[in-house]
Design a protein around this ligand. Structure first.
Ligand code: FES
Ligand SMILES: [Fe+2]
Length: 342
């Protein structure tokens, strides 16, 4: 990940909470191989995925109590990465420790701090809709894309592609035809894209879950927190009923659509997704429906981005043309460039 050092001082989604059981998971993030696991006390732990002895991946080892035991010759590490036992001798070599990475478990997701040194908790994205299970129900998953991280940023910042790529589920003609507003908060680097569609067809994704039929007002308000977190505030309401003056909006249906964009290396990105809704809370049939719908929407993006990456290799001389719908994506590219060069 040459030239991307300054992408390190951020939090990224490292795993779904549900992926972490006693068997360690191996995941590459920003080019680094990391072993992530849950110890027997239930805490989540991330250690460099390479044993200092002969380099065997620690993710192939075994969790024993609060330690991880290498699967090759048994070097044993505690949760801070300190080597606490080696076979055949009492003295532990001083260079036998491995790096440990700070983690935070927040609802469905486990976040990792990729910077050197102390984690900056003020930079940890806030996701109350993933932890307030009384008022919100959440589902989630992860996909692996064989494409550069920047392709996924472009994809998520421009939702006009829903009309064409996600035609059967969330795309209707008005997504592509309704103009957007774009704002960049220069102090925090947050990029916002607003698209408010009035009196438009309710796509199947929402009609099946909200019970609203025919025309609705549909808002898509994107907030991108570069580099690794994206939040789409979706609002579906009966036509002509905006939120009340005091901000209450009980007659509308709200969905938060989250993406954790986690670069594995220069040519692969993890696409963590989650949906949280304030309607049909606790309804498991709706959970399964949304999970299935969203997984197929994500797969459509995965397929398209795999194709773009492959094509970028064989058509290096090509020059792109941008139009108004691309303003969100272009703003995000500009902010990302500034972060990389900081
Ligand atoms: S490679 Fe891990 S103990 Fe030998
Ligand atoms: Fe998409």
């Amino acid at each position: 990940m040459g030239g991307r050092m300054s992408l390190r001082d951020y939090w990224y989604v490292a795993a779904l909470s549900s992926e972490l059981e006693s068997k360690p998971l191996s995941r590459q993030i920003l080019g680094e191989h990391i072993a992530i696991f849950r110890n027997e006390s239930g805490e989540v732990v991330a250690l460099a995925d390479q044993c200092p002895h002969r380099g065997y991946p620690l993710s192939l080892g075994k969790v024993v109590g609060d330690t991880l035991v290498c699967g090759y010759h048994g070097f044993t590490f505690d949760c801070s990465g300190t080597c606490i036992a080696v076979p055949g001798q009492d003295r532990i070599p001083s260079k036998a420790d491995v790096r440990s990475y700070p983690l935070v478990e927040q609802g469905l997701w486990v976040w990792i701090w990729m910077g050197e040194g102390e984690a900056d908790h003020t930079k940890l994205p806030s996701t109350p809709w993933l932890t307030d299970t009384e008022n919100w129900s959440a589902v989630g998953g992860v996909a692996k894309i064989e494409a550069a991280f920047e392709f996924l940023v472009d994809n998520l910042m421009d939702l006009s592609h829903e009309t064409y790529l996600h035609n059967g589920s969330i795309g209707t003609p008005e997504v592509a035809s309704t103009p957007i507003e774009v704002e960049v908060d220069e102090s925090t680097n947050v990029v916002r894209v607003f698209r408010h569609m009035e009196s438009v067809d309710c796509p199947p994704f929402y009609s099946r879950t909200t019970g609203l039929e025919g025309k609705v007002d549909r808002w898509q308000d994107i907030e991108y927190f570069p580099p690794g977190f994206y939040l789409l505030h979706a609002r579906i309401a009966p036509v002509g009923q905006p939120p009340l003056e005091d901000g209450t909006d009980d007659h509308a249906f709200h969905m938060k659509i989250f993406y954790g964009l986690t670069p594995a290396n220069d040519e692969r990105v993890y696409d963590f997704w989650a949906l949280s809704r304030d309607f049909c809370v606790g309804d498991e049939e709706i959970d399964r429906f949304l999970e299935k719908m969203q997984a197929s929407v994500v797969q459509e993006d995965v397929d398209a981005l795999n194709i773009l990456q492959a094509r970028s290799k064989t058509a290096p001389q090509w020059t792109e043309v941008s139009i108004k719908i691309d303003r969100g994506g272009l703003a995000a590219r500009r902010v990302l460039e500034a972060i990389k060069n900081a």
